[in-house]
Design a protein around this ligand. Structure first.
Ligand code: S3P
Length: 437
Protein backbone atom coordinates (compact mmCIF):
# COMPACT_ATOMS: atom_id res chain seq x y z
CA UNK A 1 0.00 0.00 0.00
CA UNK A 2 1.18 3.50 -0.74
CA UNK A 3 1.48 6.10 2.00
CA UNK A 4 0.40 8.89 -0.31
CA UNK A 5 -3.05 7.57 -1.04
CA UNK A 6 -5.77 8.53 1.42
CA UNK A 7 -8.07 5.89 2.82
CA UNK A 8 -11.45 7.31 1.72
CA UNK A 9 -13.00 9.09 -1.21
CA UNK A 10 -16.12 11.17 -1.49
CA UNK A 11 -17.70 10.71 -4.90
CA UNK A 12 -20.74 12.40 -6.39
CA UNK A 13 -22.27 13.06 -9.78
CA UNK A 14 -19.90 15.12 -11.92
CA UNK A 15 -20.29 16.23 -15.50
CA UNK A 16 -20.38 14.20 -18.71
CA UNK A 17 -17.12 12.40 -19.45
CA UNK A 18 -15.41 14.04 -22.39
CA UNK A 19 -12.01 14.45 -24.00
CA UNK A 20 -9.19 12.00 -24.58
CA UNK A 21 -7.48 9.94 -21.90
CA UNK A 22 -4.85 7.24 -21.63
CA UNK A 23 -4.84 4.77 -18.74
CA UNK A 24 -1.69 3.18 -17.25
CA UNK A 25 0.11 0.13 -18.58
CA UNK A 26 -1.21 -3.42 -18.40
CA UNK A 27 -0.60 -5.15 -15.09
CA UNK A 28 -0.35 -8.70 -16.46
CA UNK A 29 2.10 -7.68 -19.17
CA UNK A 30 4.20 -5.56 -16.78
CA UNK A 31 4.63 -8.44 -14.29
CA UNK A 32 5.63 -10.86 -17.02
CA UNK A 33 8.00 -8.41 -18.74
CA UNK A 34 10.01 -8.02 -15.53
CA UNK A 35 10.02 -11.77 -14.87
CA UNK A 36 11.11 -12.84 -18.34
CA UNK A 37 13.53 -9.91 -18.65
CA UNK A 38 15.15 -11.02 -15.38
CA UNK A 39 15.87 -14.56 -16.58
CA UNK A 40 16.70 -13.59 -20.17
CA UNK A 41 20.16 -13.04 -21.57
CA UNK A 42 20.77 -9.36 -22.33
CA UNK A 43 19.01 -6.13 -21.50
CA UNK A 44 15.22 -5.86 -21.68
CA UNK A 45 13.77 -2.37 -22.02
CA UNK A 46 10.19 -1.97 -20.87
CA UNK A 47 8.16 1.05 -21.95
CA UNK A 48 4.72 1.73 -20.49
CA UNK A 49 5.50 -0.31 -17.34
CA UNK A 50 2.67 -0.04 -14.80
CA UNK A 51 3.93 2.05 -11.87
CA UNK A 52 1.53 0.23 -9.55
CA UNK A 53 2.30 -1.27 -6.17
CA UNK A 54 1.75 -4.81 -7.52
CA UNK A 55 4.20 -4.60 -10.37
CA UNK A 56 6.73 -2.61 -8.37
CA UNK A 57 6.63 -5.38 -5.76
CA UNK A 58 7.55 -7.88 -8.47
CA UNK A 59 10.45 -5.69 -9.59
CA UNK A 60 11.64 -5.45 -5.97
CA UNK A 61 11.54 -9.24 -5.62
CA UNK A 62 13.83 -9.64 -8.63
CA UNK A 63 16.19 -7.01 -7.24
CA UNK A 64 16.37 -9.15 -4.08
CA UNK A 65 17.17 -12.13 -6.30
CA UNK A 66 20.17 -10.31 -7.73
CA UNK A 67 18.72 -8.70 -10.86
CA UNK A 68 19.70 -5.10 -11.61
CA UNK A 69 16.65 -3.12 -12.68
CA UNK A 70 16.93 0.55 -13.58
CA UNK A 71 14.02 2.98 -13.64
CA UNK A 72 15.25 5.90 -15.74
CA UNK A 73 11.80 7.50 -15.81
CA UNK A 74 8.23 6.74 -14.79
CA UNK A 75 6.94 3.83 -16.87
CA UNK A 76 10.39 2.81 -18.00
CA UNK A 77 12.46 -0.13 -16.76
CA UNK A 78 15.75 -1.52 -17.92
CA UNK A 79 16.14 -5.09 -16.74
CA UNK A 80 19.65 -6.53 -16.86
CA UNK A 81 18.88 -10.18 -17.40
CA UNK A 82 20.92 -12.76 -15.51
CA UNK A 83 19.99 -15.72 -17.69
CA UNK A 84 17.88 -18.74 -16.85
CA UNK A 85 20.22 -19.91 -14.07
CA UNK A 86 21.50 -16.56 -12.82
CA UNK A 87 19.04 -15.74 -10.01
CA UNK A 88 20.60 -15.69 -6.53
CA UNK A 89 18.83 -16.91 -3.42
CA UNK A 90 18.21 -14.63 -0.47
CA UNK A 91 17.44 -15.25 3.19
CA UNK A 92 14.89 -12.46 3.28
CA UNK A 93 11.23 -13.16 2.52
CA UNK A 94 10.08 -12.03 -0.92
CA UNK A 95 7.11 -9.70 -0.51
CA UNK A 96 4.53 -9.83 -3.32
CA UNK A 97 2.35 -7.18 -1.66
CA UNK A 98 -1.26 -7.44 -2.86
CA UNK A 99 -0.44 -9.30 -6.07
CA UNK A 100 -1.83 -12.76 -6.74
CA UNK A 101 -0.15 -12.69 -10.13
CA UNK A 102 3.22 -11.96 -8.57
CA UNK A 103 2.97 -14.72 -6.00
CA UNK A 104 1.56 -17.45 -8.22
CA UNK A 105 3.94 -16.88 -11.13
CA UNK A 106 6.91 -16.59 -8.78
CA UNK A 107 5.91 -19.89 -7.17
CA UNK A 108 6.39 -21.59 -10.55
CA UNK A 109 9.65 -19.84 -11.30
CA UNK A 110 11.19 -20.26 -7.84
CA UNK A 111 10.19 -23.93 -7.51
CA UNK A 112 12.67 -24.57 -10.32
CA UNK A 113 15.65 -22.80 -8.72
CA UNK A 114 18.54 -24.37 -6.85
CA UNK A 115 17.87 -22.25 -3.74
CA UNK A 116 15.02 -22.02 -1.20
CA UNK A 117 12.74 -19.02 -1.03
CA UNK A 118 9.77 -17.69 0.92
CA UNK A 119 6.94 -15.71 -0.64
CA UNK A 120 4.80 -13.47 1.55
CA UNK A 121 2.01 -10.98 0.85
CA UNK A 122 -0.28 -8.43 2.48
CA UNK A 123 -3.40 -9.27 4.50
CA UNK A 124 -5.56 -9.78 1.38
CA UNK A 125 -3.02 -11.92 -0.49
CA UNK A 126 -2.44 -13.97 2.68
CA UNK A 127 -6.06 -15.15 2.40
CA UNK A 128 -5.94 -16.18 -1.26
CA UNK A 129 -5.81 -19.82 -2.35
CA UNK A 130 -2.43 -21.13 -3.47
CA UNK A 131 -3.21 -24.85 -3.76
CA UNK A 132 -4.15 -24.21 -7.34
CA UNK A 133 -0.43 -23.68 -8.06
CA UNK A 134 1.09 -25.83 -5.30
CA UNK A 135 -0.65 -29.03 -6.41
CA UNK A 136 0.04 -28.97 -10.16
CA UNK A 137 3.61 -27.81 -9.51
CA UNK A 138 4.02 -30.74 -7.11
CA UNK A 139 3.22 -33.12 -9.97
CA UNK A 140 6.30 -31.65 -11.69
CA UNK A 141 8.37 -32.43 -8.59
CA UNK A 142 8.15 -29.03 -6.87
CA UNK A 143 8.21 -28.88 -3.08
CA UNK A 144 6.21 -25.98 -1.68
CA UNK A 145 4.92 -25.69 1.90
CA UNK A 146 2.09 -23.36 2.80
CA UNK A 147 0.01 -22.46 5.81
CA UNK A 148 -3.05 -24.68 6.44
CA UNK A 149 -5.61 -24.56 3.60
CA UNK A 150 -2.92 -23.74 1.07
CA UNK A 151 -2.53 -20.13 2.20
CA UNK A 152 0.61 -17.97 2.03
CA UNK A 153 3.38 -17.63 3.06
CA UNK A 154 4.81 -20.15 0.60
CA UNK A 155 8.06 -21.83 1.52
CA UNK A 156 9.61 -23.11 -1.67
CA UNK A 157 12.34 -25.73 -1.49
CA UNK A 158 14.96 -25.37 -4.17
CA UNK A 159 16.93 -28.05 -5.96
CA UNK A 160 13.84 -30.10 -6.69
CA UNK A 161 14.69 -31.01 -10.30
CA UNK A 162 11.42 -30.61 -12.19
CA UNK A 163 9.99 -32.81 -14.92
CA UNK A 164 7.48 -31.72 -17.53
CA UNK A 165 3.90 -32.91 -17.19
CA UNK A 166 0.66 -32.66 -19.09
CA UNK A 167 -1.95 -30.86 -16.97
CA UNK A 168 -5.45 -29.53 -17.28
CA UNK A 169 -5.74 -26.53 -14.97
CA UNK A 170 -8.24 -27.03 -12.12
CA UNK A 171 -9.76 -23.55 -12.56
CA UNK A 172 -9.74 -21.09 -15.46
CA UNK A 173 -6.63 -19.18 -14.41
CA UNK A 174 -3.89 -17.54 -16.44
CA UNK A 175 -1.89 -17.32 -13.24
CA UNK A 176 -1.87 -21.09 -12.79
CA UNK A 177 -1.10 -21.67 -16.47
CA UNK A 178 1.73 -19.15 -16.40
CA UNK A 179 3.23 -20.64 -13.21
CA UNK A 180 3.35 -24.06 -14.87
CA UNK A 181 4.90 -22.69 -18.04
CA UNK A 182 7.59 -20.83 -16.07
CA UNK A 183 8.40 -24.03 -14.16
CA UNK A 184 8.38 -25.86 -17.50
CA UNK A 185 11.27 -23.71 -18.76
CA UNK A 186 13.48 -25.55 -16.27
CA UNK A 187 11.87 -28.98 -16.46
CA UNK A 188 13.08 -32.03 -18.30
CA UNK A 189 10.84 -32.92 -21.22
CA UNK A 190 7.62 -31.35 -22.29
CA UNK A 191 5.14 -29.27 -20.28
CA UNK A 192 1.64 -29.16 -21.71
CA UNK A 193 -1.11 -27.04 -20.15
CA UNK A 194 -4.72 -27.44 -21.21
CA UNK A 195 -7.60 -25.25 -20.07
CA UNK A 196 -11.32 -25.97 -20.21
CA UNK A 197 -11.90 -22.22 -20.61
CA UNK A 198 -9.11 -20.32 -22.38
CA UNK A 199 -7.48 -17.52 -20.36
CA UNK A 200 -5.19 -14.62 -21.22
CA UNK A 201 -2.15 -15.78 -23.16
CA UNK A 202 0.44 -13.13 -22.31
CA UNK A 203 2.95 -15.61 -20.91
CA UNK A 204 2.79 -17.65 -24.11
CA UNK A 205 3.08 -14.61 -26.40
CA UNK A 206 5.90 -13.13 -24.40
CA UNK A 207 7.86 -16.37 -24.11
CA UNK A 208 7.67 -16.64 -27.86
CA UNK A 209 8.78 -13.01 -28.30
CA UNK A 210 11.78 -13.72 -26.01
CA UNK A 211 12.71 -16.52 -28.41
CA UNK A 212 11.53 -19.60 -26.48
CA UNK A 213 9.97 -22.23 -28.76
CA UNK A 214 6.34 -22.59 -27.64
CA UNK A 215 3.23 -23.85 -29.34
CA UNK A 216 -0.04 -22.31 -28.20
CA UNK A 217 -3.67 -21.85 -29.10
CA UNK A 218 -6.71 -20.88 -27.00
CA UNK A 219 -6.85 -23.38 -24.13
CA UNK A 220 -3.53 -25.04 -25.01
CA UNK A 221 0.19 -24.41 -24.50
CA UNK A 222 3.19 -26.68 -24.97
CA UNK A 223 6.89 -26.06 -24.40
CA UNK A 224 10.08 -27.94 -23.57
CA UNK A 225 12.77 -27.12 -21.06
CA UNK A 226 16.34 -26.37 -21.99
CA UNK A 227 16.22 -23.35 -24.30
CA UNK A 228 17.20 -19.75 -23.59
CA UNK A 229 15.41 -16.41 -23.44
CA UNK A 230 16.86 -13.49 -25.34
CA UNK A 231 16.15 -9.95 -24.16
CA UNK A 232 13.74 -7.79 -26.17
CA UNK A 233 12.08 -4.40 -25.92
CA UNK A 234 8.57 -4.64 -24.45
CA UNK A 235 6.04 -1.92 -25.24
CA UNK A 236 3.25 -2.42 -22.69
CA UNK A 237 -0.28 -1.57 -23.92
CA UNK A 238 -2.71 0.36 -21.72
CA UNK A 239 -4.59 -1.93 -19.34
CA UNK A 240 -8.06 -2.86 -20.58
CA UNK A 241 -9.11 -3.50 -16.97
CA UNK A 242 -8.24 0.08 -16.02
CA UNK A 243 -9.98 1.43 -19.15
CA UNK A 244 -13.08 -0.55 -18.08
CA UNK A 245 -14.02 1.97 -15.35
CA UNK A 246 -14.04 4.76 -17.91
CA UNK A 247 -15.86 2.67 -20.50
CA UNK A 248 -18.66 2.05 -17.99
CA UNK A 249 -18.67 5.63 -16.67
CA UNK A 250 -18.90 7.19 -20.15
CA UNK A 251 -21.61 4.71 -21.11
CA UNK A 252 -23.70 5.56 -18.05
CA UNK A 253 -23.35 9.34 -17.71
CA UNK A 254 -25.64 11.20 -20.14
CA UNK A 255 -23.87 13.43 -22.66
CA UNK A 256 -20.55 11.59 -22.41
CA UNK A 257 -18.23 11.11 -25.36
CA UNK A 258 -14.82 9.89 -24.28
CA UNK A 259 -11.85 8.64 -26.29
CA UNK A 260 -9.58 6.17 -24.47
CA UNK A 261 -6.32 5.76 -26.35
CA UNK A 262 -4.18 2.73 -27.11
CA UNK A 263 -6.13 0.19 -25.02
CA UNK A 264 -4.88 -3.40 -25.04
CA UNK A 265 -7.45 -5.47 -26.95
CA UNK A 266 -6.25 -9.02 -26.37
CA UNK A 267 -9.44 -11.03 -27.04
CA UNK A 268 -9.01 -12.90 -23.74
CA UNK A 269 -9.48 -9.55 -21.97
CA UNK A 270 -12.29 -7.77 -23.78
CA UNK A 271 -15.35 -9.77 -22.75
CA UNK A 272 -16.75 -6.64 -21.08
CA UNK A 273 -17.19 -5.02 -24.51
CA UNK A 274 -19.30 -7.95 -25.62
CA UNK A 275 -21.44 -7.80 -22.48
CA UNK A 276 -21.90 -4.01 -22.58
CA UNK A 277 -22.75 -4.03 -26.29
CA UNK A 278 -25.37 -6.70 -25.65
CA UNK A 279 -26.78 -4.30 -23.01
CA UNK A 280 -26.97 -1.49 -25.59
CA UNK A 281 -23.62 0.33 -25.18
CA UNK A 282 -22.10 2.45 -27.95
CA UNK A 283 -18.36 1.66 -28.00
CA UNK A 284 -16.38 2.08 -31.20
CA UNK A 285 -12.94 0.70 -31.85
CA UNK A 286 -10.78 3.07 -33.85
CA UNK A 287 -7.28 2.88 -35.24
CA UNK A 288 -6.78 -0.83 -34.53
CA UNK A 289 -3.08 -1.64 -34.61
CA UNK A 290 -0.37 -3.73 -32.95
CA UNK A 291 1.78 -2.56 -30.08
CA UNK A 292 4.48 -4.83 -28.70
CA UNK A 293 2.84 -7.85 -30.33
CA UNK A 294 -0.57 -7.09 -28.80
CA UNK A 295 -3.65 -5.68 -30.54
CA UNK A 296 -4.55 -2.17 -29.34
CA UNK A 297 -7.28 0.29 -30.33
CA UNK A 298 -8.60 3.70 -29.35
CA UNK A 299 -12.06 3.28 -27.84
CA UNK A 300 -14.68 5.95 -28.47
CA UNK A 301 -17.39 5.57 -25.84
CA UNK A 302 -20.67 7.48 -26.04
CA UNK A 303 -23.46 7.51 -23.51
CA UNK A 304 -26.18 4.96 -24.22
CA UNK A 305 -29.08 3.64 -22.13
CA UNK A 306 -28.52 0.04 -21.04
CA UNK A 307 -30.82 -2.91 -20.47
CA UNK A 308 -30.15 -6.02 -18.40
CA UNK A 309 -28.88 -9.29 -19.88
CA UNK A 310 -27.83 -12.78 -18.86
CA UNK A 311 -24.05 -12.56 -19.10
CA UNK A 312 -22.99 -15.66 -21.06
CA UNK A 313 -20.91 -17.93 -18.79
CA UNK A 314 -18.58 -18.61 -21.74
CA UNK A 315 -17.21 -15.04 -21.65
CA UNK A 316 -16.61 -14.96 -17.88
CA UNK A 317 -12.84 -15.67 -18.11
CA UNK A 318 -12.54 -12.95 -20.78
CA UNK A 319 -13.89 -10.35 -18.36
CA UNK A 320 -12.89 -11.84 -15.01
CA UNK A 321 -11.49 -8.56 -13.63
CA UNK A 322 -14.36 -6.46 -15.00
CA UNK A 323 -17.26 -7.77 -12.93
CA UNK A 324 -17.19 -4.99 -10.34
CA UNK A 325 -17.60 -2.48 -13.20
CA UNK A 326 -20.20 -4.69 -14.91
CA UNK A 327 -22.22 -4.85 -11.66
CA UNK A 328 -22.36 -1.05 -11.68
CA UNK A 329 -23.52 -1.02 -15.30
CA UNK A 330 -26.16 -3.60 -14.38
CA UNK A 331 -27.33 -1.51 -11.40
CA UNK A 332 -27.97 1.40 -13.79
CA UNK A 333 -29.55 -0.68 -16.56
CA UNK A 334 -33.25 -1.19 -17.17
CA UNK A 335 -34.29 -4.65 -15.96
CA UNK A 336 -32.29 -7.52 -14.56
CA UNK A 337 -28.77 -8.72 -15.21
CA UNK A 338 -27.76 -12.23 -14.28
CA UNK A 339 -24.14 -13.28 -13.72
CA UNK A 340 -23.36 -16.99 -13.36
CA UNK A 341 -20.36 -19.29 -13.70
CA UNK A 342 -18.21 -16.70 -11.93
CA UNK A 343 -17.36 -18.37 -8.59
CA UNK A 344 -13.73 -17.25 -9.08
CA UNK A 345 -14.90 -13.75 -8.13
CA UNK A 346 -15.11 -14.98 -4.54
CA UNK A 347 -11.32 -15.46 -4.32
CA UNK A 348 -10.08 -12.23 -5.86
CA UNK A 349 -8.60 -9.30 -3.86
CA UNK A 350 -11.91 -9.48 -1.97
CA UNK A 351 -14.98 -11.69 -2.38
CA UNK A 352 -16.19 -9.55 -5.26
CA UNK A 353 -19.69 -11.00 -5.35
CA UNK A 354 -20.29 -10.28 -1.66
CA UNK A 355 -18.51 -6.91 -1.68
CA UNK A 356 -20.35 -5.62 -4.75
CA UNK A 357 -23.69 -6.96 -3.52
CA UNK A 358 -23.25 -5.28 -0.13
CA UNK A 359 -22.15 -2.00 -1.70
CA UNK A 360 -24.94 -1.85 -4.24
CA UNK A 361 -27.51 -2.69 -1.58
CA UNK A 362 -26.14 0.15 0.55
CA UNK A 363 -26.96 2.42 -2.40
CA UNK A 364 -30.52 1.07 -2.70
CA UNK A 365 -30.11 -1.53 -5.46
CA UNK A 366 -31.66 -4.99 -5.18
CA UNK A 367 -29.08 -7.76 -5.58
CA UNK A 368 -29.55 -11.48 -5.03
CA UNK A 369 -26.33 -13.36 -4.47
CA UNK A 370 -25.67 -16.85 -5.82
CA UNK A 371 -22.59 -18.96 -5.07
CA UNK A 372 -21.28 -18.30 -8.57
CA UNK A 373 -22.79 -14.93 -9.43
CA UNK A 374 -25.67 -12.57 -8.77
CA UNK A 375 -28.95 -11.23 -10.02
CA UNK A 376 -28.92 -7.44 -10.16
CA UNK A 377 -32.10 -5.43 -10.55
CA UNK A 378 -31.42 -2.09 -12.23
CA UNK A 379 -32.70 0.93 -10.30
CA UNK A 380 -31.98 4.40 -8.98
CA UNK A 381 -28.75 4.65 -6.98
CA UNK A 382 -28.92 6.58 -3.71
CA UNK A 383 -26.06 8.17 -1.79
CA UNK A 384 -24.45 6.19 1.04
CA UNK A 385 -21.27 4.66 2.41
CA UNK A 386 -19.31 1.79 0.88
CA UNK A 387 -16.54 -0.41 2.25
CA UNK A 388 -14.28 -1.50 -0.60
CA UNK A 389 -12.56 -4.09 1.64
CA UNK A 390 -9.20 -2.92 0.37
CA UNK A 391 -10.05 -4.07 -3.16
CA UNK A 392 -8.86 -1.60 -5.79
CA UNK A 393 -11.45 -2.55 -8.39
CA UNK A 394 -14.34 -2.30 -5.92
CA UNK A 395 -13.25 1.21 -4.93
CA UNK A 396 -12.99 2.41 -8.52
CA UNK A 397 -16.30 0.78 -9.48
CA UNK A 398 -18.15 2.67 -6.74
CA UNK A 399 -16.50 5.91 -7.82
CA UNK A 400 -18.20 5.24 -11.18
CA UNK A 401 -21.49 4.29 -9.52
CA UNK A 402 -21.48 7.56 -7.59
CA UNK A 403 -21.62 9.50 -10.86
CA UNK A 404 -25.20 8.25 -11.18
CA UNK A 405 -26.21 8.45 -7.51
CA UNK A 406 -28.81 10.77 -6.03
CA UNK A 407 -26.40 11.81 -3.24
CA UNK A 408 -22.77 11.65 -2.18
CA UNK A 409 -21.09 8.28 -1.82
CA UNK A 410 -18.29 7.78 0.69
CA UNK A 411 -15.93 4.97 -0.33
CA UNK A 412 -13.70 3.62 2.44
CA UNK A 413 -10.45 1.65 2.27
CA UNK A 414 -9.29 2.89 -1.12
CA UNK A 415 -5.51 2.96 -0.64
CA UNK A 416 -5.04 -0.21 -2.69
CA UNK A 417 -6.16 1.59 -5.85
CA UNK A 418 -2.44 2.31 -6.11
CA UNK A 419 -1.80 -1.40 -6.72
CA UNK A 420 -3.15 -1.21 -10.27
CA UNK A 421 -4.12 2.39 -11.09
CA UNK A 422 -1.83 5.12 -9.83
CA UNK A 423 -3.30 8.50 -10.75
CA UNK A 424 -6.90 7.30 -10.95
CA UNK A 425 -8.38 10.25 -9.08
CA UNK A 426 -6.64 12.84 -11.26
CA UNK A 427 -7.57 11.07 -14.48
CA UNK A 428 -11.17 10.53 -13.39
CA UNK A 429 -11.73 14.11 -12.27
CA UNK A 430 -10.02 15.43 -15.41
CA UNK A 431 -12.44 13.40 -17.52
CA UNK A 432 -15.48 14.76 -15.65
CA UNK A 433 -16.09 12.57 -12.63
CA UNK A 434 -16.59 14.20 -9.22
CA UNK A 435 -14.29 12.46 -6.77
CA UNK A 436 -12.19 13.80 -3.94
CA UNK A 437 -9.94 12.46 -1.22
C1 S3P B 1 -4.02 -12.45 -14.17
C2 S3P B 1 -4.96 -13.44 -14.24
C3 S3P B 1 -6.27 -13.33 -13.61
C4 S3P B 1 -6.64 -11.90 -13.25
C5 S3P B 1 -5.51 -11.17 -12.62
C6 S3P B 1 -4.29 -11.15 -13.51
C7 S3P B 1 -2.70 -12.67 -14.80
O1 S3P B 1 -6.26 -14.09 -12.41
O2 S3P B 1 -7.76 -11.89 -12.40
O3 S3P B 1 -5.89 -9.82 -12.34
O4 S3P B 1 -1.94 -11.70 -15.00
O5 S3P B 1 -2.40 -13.83 -15.11
P1 S3P B 1 -6.59 -15.68 -12.42
O6 S3P B 1 -5.55 -16.33 -13.22
O7 S3P B 1 -6.54 -16.08 -10.97
O8 S3P B 1 -7.97 -15.77 -12.99
Amino acid sequence: MSDEVPSSWIAAPGRALTGTIRVPGDKSVSHRAVMLGAIAEGTTRIAGFLEGEDTRATARVFAQLGVRIEAPSAGERIVHGVGLHGLRGTDGALDCGNAGTGMRLLAGLLAAQAFDSTLIGDASLSKRPMRRVIEPLATMGARIDSEPDGLPPLRIHGGAGLRGVETTTPVASAQVKSALLLAGLYATGETIVREAHPTRDYAERMLSAFGWPIEFAPGFARLRGGHRLTAIDVDVPADFSSAAFFIVAATLVPGSELLIEAVGMNPRRTGLLEALRAMGADIREQNRREQGGEPVADLLVRHAPLHGIDVPAAIVPDMIDEFPALFVAAACARGRTRVSGAAELRVKESDRIATMAAGLRALGIRVEEAPDGALIEGGRLQGGAIDSHGDHRIAMSFAVAAQLAAGEVRIDDVANVATSFPGFVALATGAGMALRD
